[in-house]
Design a protein around this ligand. Structure first.
Ligand code: TPP
Ligand code: MG
Length: 585
């Protein structure tokens, strides 16, 4: 039969089960856009910036079982989408990137958008293809999808030259979507060895990352059988419900909240599932490996990279945990008093909350009061999407997440600008749920105009802009180490003007007095299908445990000479007095 390339792309997207594509039309992909405009299954969403489109697609993948997809123009679109592709790559999120390609049926050089795109995206994709015939299009998109979804998921990139899209060519048939390859299965002997280690452990602990996102029920069962405290990574924050009495918080080393540090202080066997022990997850590699490690992950490359494991289990997290559970003896008597442990965790959490609530925020909004009120007014299944900055760690320490995949953060690529578009991607695919963005003022400036897309589609995402006038996650350490804030004090921005421009409701939250009423009013607007921007004059005077702990750990690792140089400079500069004027909104 004869089909145009654009028809074949549409067919493959429909078969794969993609429901949305994100991007901007250009001369190299209008034929695909025209096809998608006629599709009942796939809706193309036009964005204001391909970077936002990539973050939206990433968030669709994180919260659904089908992949987010991009349809973008070559070179320019790819360049702007790059940050989102990079975030998906380092966070292990599947993404199907389809770009047009320059004409391959003529010999002119210096065509528009003519660069080697496959070379450009090599560092941030699991696989890259440039199709050369019509017959390759559907099989290539299927192979790309399989690669994106299997093992540790990630982005894939397929370039379809514009001449193939426009004109018909021969294909034998339209094959149905193939199955996904079965995940690897952890070695049976290794499962027994791991179960033996856990069975004899006196003080076992669980550490869960994003890779365990589909295994929450099994993790709860195992933690309860072992009487083990459970810590998560930042990306995996929602994997274990914060309301469970064995949940301690994010991380468990010096950069963790006290409940976690205390509960893991005497941990002798650690079961880590779906984490790579990366920089953020470990608080700058501050976890002290006093424990014997059982490390389970689907990607064998992560084993023994940063922390030496005694047993490694390569496989799907759910299958691995089920096998481990089955291999454990029916009764585990590790001598740990489960009730006392739960009591200590609850008490440490209460103390930490009180420490924050008691903190004098002056005329500004106290972060703990804000998150407490927000949690009280939100439904359990609400989604919380953060950006990257001090606000991320405040949310992680002060907002209890209760449902897996309902807390999103741009983690290991650590790209600012994520929150605004990602929250749109979530709301688009979960219109019945409350979707809340917590975004720093600096990050907000990067992608705020994308809220026009939320307004266009009647998506009542609520953004709380933590307005402190600074790039705080950077300016705070700058202040401490340099005694000045080079390039991290932001210019004044009238956020109300942005709200007016994009068609969002606007609320101002200057101090604690209005917290409950403003959250309620914002939720009413959101429920009516209107995006909302709340300008929160947040108090950042109290640092998070994460920032303090990670900085101390990084400093501690330096050579004595380097440490002396940094500390000496800080002391000297503090003696000379502050250099930068501050601007507090
Ligand atoms: C694209 C990008 N540029 C720069 C950074 C470095 N960076 C990390 S956090 C941060 C501060 C973010 O400021 P803001 O959004 O106001 O959040 P806050 O820390 O004040 O809560 C910066 C500049 C980054 N992570 N990503
Ligand atoms: Mg800020």
């Amino acid at each position: 039969m004869r089909k145009t390339g654009a028809e074949l792309v549409r067919y493959a997207l429909e078969e794969i089960g993609a429901r949305y594509t994100f991007g901007i039309p250009g001369v190299h992909n209008t034929e695909i856009y025209d096809q998608l405009a006629g599709s009942a299954a796939v809706t193309p969403i036009r964005v204001t910036h391909e970077g936002s489109g990539a973050f939206m697609a990433d968030a669709v993948s994180r919260t659904n079982d089908y992949p987010g997809a991009l349809v973008i123009v070559p070179a320019a679109g790819t360049a702007l989408a790059y940050a989102g592709i990079g975030e998906a790559f380092l966070d292990g999120i599947p993404l199907l990137v389809i770009t047009g390609g320059v004409q391959t049926d003529q010999s002119f050089r210096y065509q528009l958008h003519a660069i080697d795109q496959l070379d450009m995206v090599r560092a941030v994709t699991k696989g890259r293809w440039r199709v050369t015939t019509h017959a390759e299009i559907v099989p290539t998109l299927f192979a790309a999808w399989q690669l994106a979804m299997s093992g540790e998921p990630g982005p894939v990139f397929v370039e379809v030259p514009v001449n193939l899209q426009l004109f018909a060519g021969d294909v034998d048939d339209l094959p149905p979507r193939p199955a996904l390859p079965a995940p690897p299965r952890a070695d049976a002997a290794a499962i027994v060895a791991a179960a033996d280690m856990l069975a004899v452990a006196r003080r076992p602990g669980l550490f869960l990352g994003w890779g365990a996102r589909e295994a929450t029920a099994l993790a709860i069962e195992l933690a309860e059988r072992l009487n083990a405290p459970v810590a998560t990574t930042l990306q995996g924050l929602s994997v274990f419900p914060a309301t469970h009495p064995l949940h301690v918080g994010m991380g468990f080393g010096p950069a963790a909240v006290p409940a976690a540090t205390e509960a893991f202080a005497d941990c002798d066997v650690l079961l880590a599932v779906g984490t790579r022990f990366g920089e953020l997850a470990t608080g700058s590699y501050g976890l002290e490996a006093k424990w014997r490690l059982v490390h389970a992950d689907i990607n064998p490359a992560v084993f023994n990279a940063n922390y030496k494991a005694e047993v490694t289990l390569c496989g799907d997290a759910g299958e691995t945990l089920a096998a481990l559970s089955a291999a454990l003896p029916p009764r585990i008597a590790n001598g740990r008093d489960g009730e006392a442990l739960r009591g200590r965790i609850a008490a440490a959490k209460a103390r930490y909350r009180k420490e924050w609530l008691d903190h004098d925020s002056g005329e500004r909004v106290n972060p703990a009061r804000f998150f407490q009120a927000l949690r009280a007014q939100l439904e359990d299944e609400a989604f919380l999407i953060t950006d990257d900055g001090n606000h991320t760690f405040l949310a992680a320490e002060l907002f209890p997440s209760t449902h897996s995949k309902h807390f999103l953060s741009p983690t290991d690529f650590n790209c600012m600008g994520y929150c605004v578009p990602a929250a749109i991607g979530v709301k688009l695919t979960h219109p019945e749920r409350q979707v809340v963005g917590i975004v720093g003022d600096g990050a907000f400036l990067m992608t705020a105009m994308e809220i026009v897309t939320a307004a266009e589609h009647g998506l009542g995402v609520i953004y709380y802009v933590f307005n402190d006038g600074e790039l705080a996650q950077i300016s705070q350490p700058q202040q401490r180490t340099y005694n000045r804030k080079a390039c991290t004090v932001l210019p004044e921005v009238r956020i109300r003007g942005i709200a007016d421009a994009v068609g969002a409701a606007y609320f101002h939250l200057p101090d604690n007095a209005g917290i409950e009423a403003v959250i309620a009013a914002a939720q009413r607007e959101g429920a009516a299908g209107r995006p909302v921007i709340v300008d929160v004059h947040i108090d950042y005077s109290k640092p998070t445990r994460f920032t303090q702990g990670a900085m101390r750990t990084a400093l501690g690792r330096m050579s004595v000479g380097n440490k002396m140089r940094l500390v000496g400079r800080a002391v000297w500069r503090h003696a000379l007095g502050a250099k930068t004027p501050e601007r507090t909104p």
